[in-house]
Write a protein that binds this ligand. Structure first.
Ligand SMILES: Cc1cc2nc3c(=O)[nH]c(=O)nc-3n(C[C@H](O)[C@H](O)[C@H](O)COP(=O)(O)O)c2cc1C
Ligand code: SF4
Length: 593
């Protein structure tokens, strides 16, 4: 039997839930997943062959066909494009004699595009054998090409090529203060679980991953379930284009994150936790393992924490390039070694999550905020922000500004202030909350970052007056079509139709009838899609159609404006459909959830 595979199976204790980790190692070793190995895995892990085949086809970073020994994925987010990624891709392809989407004849290199890799503040970016490399320019490409042609392993490349900067530009409540290791755990031991859970409730902390559900209520629901086996999961998938704040938190605030996960485990009564780390952040994996190990040695993780009978440990599981795995139920499926297809809800993860056991899933920033609140109290937190949005929000700011990076602001801060701080001028508009969020125009700069106004998981992409709205929306629309998991027809077919229809408009072949059709598709996909991806996929089209009617009008008029086309009527439909823009509707959704 294949000794390499046996060794791997041993390393992962023959656990089928660790299938993604096993396949990741196999892909790195063989540059693909050989057929013979699939059979062997099915037999040894006692899982159906079809499950393994499905998983290989589902995840972007796995392949049945051999990829290059140096496997290059170029980040294709809108910010990379704005920073010249197309020129860089052409240059790289030419130097390596490897066109996009091909494997070189000698098998040394393959090049493909991928969605945002989380380096929007330092693009154009790429992943080479899974390792993040930013600030690509012709000089750096020359250096990289030399290293590749000389077959130097990526982990031996010079540090300046592999360096990823934190870029913290504005620190507030969370980024300014550190938690002494173990102090929040001690606070729970001192005051008791009920007392600290109440404090968390009084703080008003709402999830930082986007939906904004009350963290304390989620934890309480889980705590009150009848089951005794419960799980804590950190959602470190951070796939929304333009979001990279969790990258910085994982890199420089890992202790606070793990402290937050540990107090969550004390509150809900869990013994096991997971960090679901997006595959694009592979370079953080070893560093996080070291932090976990240090905490075990400090007796604040593992068995008999702080000499009590409380046991809790954390395992890191890596994703493999699928944006949908950020959706909590898809994430849980992925954690179980399956395709990341969102589950039917209810039941919600708090009652039936990982292995169908009660599970809380929270964003990285949420755990860090919770760790601080448990230690410092509700007032420390909710004396900042607004009535409905307590505390601060960490933003990932990229695009057209002098100082891209991480900015922490109290909720309620205006867009105008943020733009001034990061050095943005001649602003055309801002995409807030990523492609699934809201595109606001330069007429809305008095609006505020808050759940009751502009809710965001953290993505804040700025576009200046030289930018083409159509190119931006086209990029986002392609993103959704690419990332749709394909499970439900409205989203699978709908995102493709939106993409094709929008391409038609962009190339100047669109008619007013095409806009109407777009709106019909948008309506359908929003109303009938199974999960948040499909439900928000038309947002970029709807929010820009509403704000820039003159641009759309001009684009259509050039070619085939139909006399009698009622653009105003169409805009009214767009306004109605872009529910994310309606603050009350958003809040209602949160309450409903
Ligand atoms: C398509 C999609 C992608 C998502 N991606 C993320 C993500 O990368 N990180 C995250 O924390 N939440 C993400 N979410 C939200 C999660 O489903 C979930 O609400 C969140 O992890 C809960 O944590 P919180 O309460 O701390 O915000 C995503 C949701 C959808 C629909
Ligand atoms: S809405 Fe899209 S991403 Fe969500 S389950 Fe359906 S196909 Fe998958």
């Amino acid at each position: 039997m294949n000794p390499f595979i046996l060794q791997l199976l041993d390393k992962y204790h023959y656990q089928s839930e660790r299938l993604l980790m096993i396949l990741r190692d196999i892909q790195a070793y063989y540059q693909h997943i050989p057929k013979s190995v699939i059979h062997l895995l099915a037999e040894q892990l006692a899982i159906p062959l079809t499950q393994i085949q499905g998983v290989i086809e589902f995840y972007h970073f796995l392949s049945k066909e051999p990829r290059g020994y140096y496997d290059i994925y170029l980040s294709d987010s809108i910010t990379d494009q704005m920073l010249g990624s197309k020129t860089i891709a052409d240059y790289l392809g030419e130097k390596l004699q490897t066109p996009l989407n091909t494997v070189r004849n000698d098998g040394l290199v393959s090049i493909a595009n991928t969605s945002c890799t989380g380096l929007c503040d330092q693009g154009p970016a790429a992943l080479i054998n899974g390792v993040a490399i930013g600030q690509l320019n012709k000089t750096r490409i020359d250096e990289i090409v030399d290293l590749i042609e000389n077959k130097i392993a990526v982990n031996h490349w010079t540090a300046h090529l592999l360096q990823v900067d934190d870029n913290i530009q504005r620190a507030d409540l969370l980024l300014n203060q550190r938690i002494e290791n173990g102090k929040s755990i001690q606070a729970i031991l001192q005051f008791g679980v009920e007392n600290r859970l109440n404090e968390l409730k009084n703080s008003g902390l709402r999830g930082r991953g986007g939906a904004g559900f009350s963290t304390a209520i989620k934890w309480q629901f889980c705590r009150e379930t009848q089951e005794t086996e419960r799980y804590v999961v950190c959602n470190a998938d951070e796939g929304e284009p333009g979001t990279f704040k969790d990258r910085v938190l994982l890199n420089s605030y890992a202790d606070e994150l793990i402290e937050g996960m540990t107090i969550a485990a004390m509150i809900i009564g869990a013994k096991q936790g997971f960090i679901y780390l997006r595959g694009e952040y592979l370079y953080l994996y070893e560093k996080l393992q070291t932090v976990l190990q240090q905490r075990r040695q400090q007796n604040i993780l593992g068995n008999t924490i702080l000499n009590t009978n409380f046991n809790f440990d954390i395992e890191i599981r890596l994703g493999l390039g699928a944006y949908i795995c950020g959706e909590e139920s898809a994430l849980i499926e992925s954690l179980e070694g399956k395709m990341g297809v969102p589950r039917n809800r209810p039941p919600f993860p708090v009652t039936s999550g990982y292995l169908n056991k009660p599970t809380i899933v929270n964003n990285v920033e949420t755990f860090i905020a919770a760790a601080h609140i448990i230690l410092k109290g509700a007032e420390w937190f909710n004396s900042h922000g607004t009535e409905k949005s307590a505390g601060t929000k960490i933003l990932s700011i990229s695009g057209d500004c002098a100082n891209p990076g991480i900015y922490e602001y109290p909720f309620g801060t205006t867009i105008k202030t943020i733009l001034k701080d990061c050095g943005a001028e001649s602003v055309l508009g801002i995409q807030i909350g990523g492609p699934s969020g809201t595109f606001i125009s330069n007429q809305e700069l008095d609006r505020k970052i808050a759940f009751e106004d502009l809710a965001t998981g953290g993505s804040f992409i700025i576009f200046n007056n030289t930018r083409d709205i159509f190119q931006i929306v086209q990029n986002f629309t392609h993103f959704f079509a690419h990332e749709s998991c394909g499970f439900c027809t409205p989203c699978r077919v709908g995102t493709s139709l939106l993409k094709n229809q929008y391409d038609k408009i962009c190339t100047g072949h669109g008619s007013s009838g095409d806009v109407r059709e777009l709106q019909e598709i948008a309506k359908l996909i929003k109303a009938t899609s199974h999960c948040g991806l499909g439900q928000t996929a038309a947002q970029p089209i709807l929010t820009t159609l509403e704000r820039y009617p003159q641009l759309y009008n001009a684009k259509l008029k050039q070619i085939s404006f139909e006399p009698g086309f009622d653009l105003d009527g169409s805009l009214a439909i767009a306004r109605k459909l872009s529910g994310r823009d309606d603050q009350n509707a958003h809040l209602a959704q949160v309450e409903e959830a």
